[in-house]
Design a protein around this ligand. Structure first.
Ligand SMILES: [Zn+2]
Ligand SMILES: [Zn+2]
Ligand SMILES: [Zn+2]
Length: 242
C-alpha cells in the first residue's frame, strides 16, 4: 500500500472506531476500503492485521481475520511491548557490575520525564516529547535525541575509565557525541573512535511500539521515530497552509 492509502486506513480507525470495539474487522469493511482506495483487499487486510489491529490488542491473541497468516517478523523486537520489558531479564548477558550501572542510568533517565524543560528559552515547534515533559522543538534530529534521553537506546560505558578506577564512577552515556567528547577530553593518548568501539554496551533497550498519536505498531525504535515524525511534519505542513 502507498502511504496515502495507509494514512486513510489509520485515520478511519482513529476517528470512526472505538478502541474497545471488537477487534476483528468485517470483510465488508475490507472491501469498502479496497473500492475506495483502489487497492487489493488482501493488502488492506494484511495492513490492518499487522500494523493497525496489533496495536490495539494483547500481543499474544490471534486476530480472527486470518489465523493462518504468519505473525509479523522482526525478531524479539516485533513481539515486545513496553509493559513486558524487564531491563534485567533482557540484559542477563551483561556482566553483573555493568548491568548495575546500566540499570541505574536507565532508571535515572526515566525519572527525568517528570521534570519540565522550563530552563530552555525557546521551547516551540511541532515536534513534541511523547513522554510528557513538555519539551518541543522544530528539528527532527533534536526531537529524536530528546526522546532518547527518556528511553536510552544505545549506551557507552568507558572501558578506559573502568580500568583506571575499579569502584569509581566510570563514564556512561547514551549519546555518541558526548562519549566522543569524553574520549577526547579524558583519554588524549587514544583514538576516540577506538575508545568508542571498546566502550559500546551490548544493551537491549526498551521502547513502546505503539504510536501515541494513531496507535500504529512499529517493529523498531527507528521505525517508531520515523513514523511519529510524519505526524509532526503533517501538523507543521497544515499550520503553514493556514
Ligand atoms: Zn521529554
Ligand atoms: Zn573514560
Ligand atoms: Zn501514528
Amino acid at each position: 500500500l502507498k502511504s496515502e492509502q495507509k494514512n486513510f486506513v489509520r485515520q478511519w480507525f482513529r476517528k470512526f472506531r472505538k478502541v474497545d470495539e471488537h477487534p476483528h474487522i468485517a470483510s465488508e469493511e475490507i472491501h469498502a476500503f479496497a473500492t475506495l482506495l483502489k487497492a487489493p483487499p488482501q493488502a488492506i487486510a494484511g495492513y490492518i492485521r499487522d500494523r493497525v489491529l496489533i496495536a490495539r490488542e494483547e500481543p499474544t491473541s490471534e486476530t480472527p481475520l486470518s489465523p493462518t497468516s504468519p505473525r509479523p517478523t522482526g525478531g524479539i523486537d516485533a513481539q515486545r511491548t513496553s509493559s513486558e520489558y524487564n531491563l534485567r531479564a533482557a540484559n542477563t548477558h551483561l556482566e553483573p557490575d555493568t548491568l548495575d550501572l546500566v540499570e541505574k542510568y536507565v532508571v535515572g533517565s526515566q525519572r527525568r520525564r517528570t521534570q519540565g524543560d522550563g530552563r530552555r528559552s525557546v521551547n516551540e515547534g511541532h515536534f513534541k516529547c511523547t513522554f510528557g515533559c513538555g519539551y518541543r522543538t522544530r528539528r527532527t534530529f533534536d526531537w529524536r535525541r530528546h526522546e532518547e534521553t527518556h528511553e536510552p537506546q544505545e549506551l557507552w560505558l568507558c572501558h578506559l575509565c573502568r580500568q583506571q578506577h575499579d569502584n569509581g564512577n566510570p563514564f556512561l552515556v547514551n549519546r555518541k557525541d558526548k562519549f566522543l567528547k569524553h574520549a577526547r577530553d579524558s583519554h588524549k593518548d587514544f583514538d576516540e573512535e577506538a575508545v568508542l568501539d571498546m566502550s559500546r554496551v551490548n544493551f537491549r533497550s526498551n521502547f513502546d511500539p505503539i504510536c501515541p498519536i494513531c496507535g500504529e505498531f512499529s517493529n523498531t525504535w527507528d521505525d517508531r521515530c520515523k513514523h511519529i515524525t510524519t505526524h509532526y511534519e503533517d501538523e507543521e505542513f497544515q499550520a503553514k497552509q493556514r
